[in-house]
Write a protein that binds this ligand. Sequence first.
Ligand SMILES: Cc1cc2nc3c(=O)[nH]c(=O)nc-3n(C[C@H](O)[C@H](O)[C@H](O)COP(=O)(O)O)c2cc1C
Ligand SMILES: [Fe+2]
Ligand SMILES: [Fe+2]
Length: 405
Amino acid sequence: MKPYYVAMIEKDVYWVGARDWNRRLFDALIPLPQGTSYNAYLVVGKEKTALVDTVNPGFHAELCDKINCVGDVTKIDYLIMNHAEPDHASAIPVIMNASEKAVLVTTKKGAEMAATYSKVPEGRMKIVGDGDSLDLGGKTMRFIEAPWLHWPETMFTYLNEDRILFPCDFFGAHTAVGLYDDEVKDLMPLAQRYFGEIMMPFRRMGAKAMEKIKGMDISIIAPSHGPIYRNPERILNEYRRWTAGETREKAVIAYASMWGATESMVKAMEETLSSEGIEVRVFNLAIADVGDIARELVDSRAIVLGSPTLIGGMHPLAIFATSLVGILKPPAKYAAFLGSYGWGGGALKQAQEMLHPTRIEIVGAVDIHGTPGDEEMRRVAELGRQLAGKIKGAGPSIASTSAVA
Ligand SMILES: Cc1cc2nc3c(=O)[nH]c(=O)nc-3n(C[C@H](O)[C@H](O)[C@H](O)COP(=O)(O)O)c2cc1C
Ligand SMILES: [Fe+2]
Ligand SMILES: [Fe+2]
């Protein structure tokens, strides 16, 4: 007998997921300081049994063993796939092989992806759409289409009788710690970090999903990463703000500097913004944690980018940070640039070109020749005051939700 802990989160609803304490990177990009978890849930009805999502590669045997602690993996009737990404879908072939009668339940797009990724034959799939439900016998699973959270096929599942929402990646957090939200210290910064790296690019689709679940009676939110919310209002409140793109009087300064010229201008900018009452977060890109930057971008109204010129363009770390802004699509409205060059320059031009598609307004730039003197520092302070004025003038900003992500 293996020493597994299978938590019952409601009567006949079990957490059969896995904790991955050793994972240190997600998407080969974002550090995971506390690892993560891949939550899967077994719902046992009087007539039928359903498994909601599966786990990452490396945890298939653990998933089957856990299911067998409270049920029988060879007797699963429905495998509900909320999302086709391998961290939740990789064990689909294992479950479908173990239980001959298992039918994969997913959206139309999900069925295409399950055929591609998991080689599930068409005859073993049941396509569901908004409002469809499955009766397990005293447990009714209802489906809510919620596309692009975080791939095109995603949906949420709601268990009517127990008022549990299974939203897969949405409302998640990367941490292996704890089972319930109230057991994890400083959970909200972790949830915000996760939102920044995983959900922020799809913020507008997130807002639509929030609209869809508004008014639903939800007693538990059981996502597929991190703790289960038995206090759902906590995360719902944050997601209302984050998906709306609500920003604070706050600026993220991200910079690279080889010999300290750009860095000294960053320091002057930080001091000016702080003295104007703006909340500031400074990241030296040579040592920064990308997940921390993503977290702070969730509610920052401005971004200051600092880069010297290196071979006619920005420093590669500043290029990386700027491309992240393009990918993560933070709700920031304003930007400023600080830089230094030795001869022909070029970093500023590249920053302007890279930021152009984001439609973030570049309030100004100070790009200087060599090391900054009093006059240059005065210009940085002036730009800082101008930026602070913009930040404060914008009022509590709600980014537009009209366009599709
Ligand atoms: C590897 C390297 C490449 C550089 N390439 C350029 C360049 O192409 N054009 C330019 O104007 N200056 C170039 N410079 C000069 C720097 O932009 C200049 O020293 C600047 O003041 C450095 O700012 P920092 O102190 O913030 O690192 C280069 C410097 C280094 C170390
Ligand atoms: Fe995902
Ligand atoms: Fe995931």
